[in-house]
Design a protein around this ligand. Structure first.
Ligand SMILES: [Fe+2]
Length: 383
């Protein structure tokens, strides 16, 4: 067994109509907040007004900073951190999907530390200060409502890197699945792929045997695959939406990794992909890489894939076609070429994977090592 440490939100609310109850817990963090949102949905759907009204009824004054982009750039984090510093609230509230919640965490640390976010990402200081974060999650995908990590793009360097601290775990997470019912079939589908990969990657890269974690990971993968088409067919079913949201939180909780410590090495390949192509949604990048990453590793770890295959399909030979069929069925099976990636960018991307994630002498280790040629091969297969 590999030793593990876990941290969770101190209060986690999930269910249909839970927004009001969840926000009643917020005054424990203070009476002034800045709400961070994306560009349109929270505003146009009326959700922002609803959140502000509930906060005001609970004695919390709220300011609003809109405009987080998908795959947010470090410059927008710095700009918003400055605005937050001027307001100097008691806590921040992220209202949106994974990009908004990640941005809220990044802003919370940059603003409180009075530092540029990219400098903090590179320096990784041991001790940090943050504004407490409240997460109101509007899509089941990244699990950012349940972890202390954020990923930030740097468009001028074509890079996308994570920052993570237990201090960045939301103090309060509110997942009202009634807010999830308007998510389009496409974003529901890519969200499912994100959740699947968050169980799958650490499972196949995990070391040794630790039975209960393995059961959680395998059953998590199986259930996401089952629930995904059902949610797409029944978008208003808050029970199914709730299950998906819960799976998303658990997939990033670390619970299914305890004892085996597998890393997210396909996520790293995707972070570089959407570092170079920030217009590609994170989980679409994952969906594109998934069958090829599987093909690359399946013969290198047959015992692990054997068990995945037994849980999901029937035989190890059928695992890749099974995954491809699922991606096809939910409408996200696309090649890198179809996503607008140019062939000439594959080599620079493979170089960047080694540059940013190859901390073991030029190889990415999670723990099965990948060198430059291995990474390039996976990108080429996905092209
Ligand atoms: Fe993810």
């Amino acid at each position: 067994m590999i030793a593990a440490r876990l941290s969770f939100p101190s209060q986690y609310f999930i269910g249909p109509g839970i927004l009001e109850k969840g926000l009643k817990a917020v005054p424990s963090l203070g009476n002034r907040t800045v709400i961070i949102t994306g560009k349109r949905w929270a505003i146009e759907s009326g959700t922002l007004d609803k959140v502000m009204k509930i906060l005001s009824e609970n004695g919390v004054e709220s300011h609003h900073i809109p405009g987080i982009s998908p795959n947010p750039d470090h410059t927008e984090i710095d700009k918003m951190a400055e605005m937050v510093r001027e307001i100097d609230p008691d806590f921040l509230t992220g209202l949106g999907g994974g990009s908004v919640l990640d941005a809220t965490k990044a802003i919370s640390i940059a603003a409180r530390m009075e530092r540029k976010i990219w400098d903090l990402i590179i320096e990784r200081p041991r001790k940090v200060n943050v504004y407490p974060v409240v997460a109101i999650s509007t899509i089941a995908a990244s699990g950012s409502d349940f972890d202390g990590a954020a990923v930030v793009n740097n468009r001028s360097l074509k890079a996308k890197l994570p920052i993570g601290y237990p201090e960045l775990i939301p103090k309060i997470s509110v997942i009202d699945v009634e807010l999830h019912t308007t998510i389009s079939p496409y974003y529901t589908a890519v969200g499912c792929v994100d959740i699947f990969c968050q169980f799958y990657e650490p499972y196949i890269m995990g070391q040794g045997h630790f039975e209960y974690s393995e059961i959680m990971a395998l059953e998590g993968m199986k259930r996401v695959i089952e629930v995904c088409p059902l949610v797409i067919e029944n978008p208003d079913d808050v029970n199914l939406r709730g299950e998906l949201a819960y799976l998303a939180s658990i997939s990033m909780s670390g619970l299914a990794r305890v004892g085996r410590d597998g890393k997210f090495s396909m996520h790293w390949l995707e972070h570089v992909l959407s570092g170079h192509y920030p217009e590609i949604p994170h989980a679409q990048g994952l969906a594109t890489l998934l069958p090829h990453y599987t093909k690359f590793f399946i013969e290198r770890r047959p015992e692990v894939f054997e068990r995945v295959a037994k849980t999901l399909s029937d035989s190890i030979e059928n695992l890749v076609p099974f995954i491809e069929n699922w991606l096809e069925k939910i409408g996200v099976r696309k090649s890198l070429r179809e996503l607008g990636v140019t062939e000439s960018s594959l080599e620079p991307m493979a170089h960047d994977v080694i540059k940013y994630y190859g901390w073991e002498e030029g190889r990415v280790s999670a723990p099965i090592p990948m060198d430059f040629n291995d990474v390039l091969e996976i990108y080429r297969m996905a092209y």
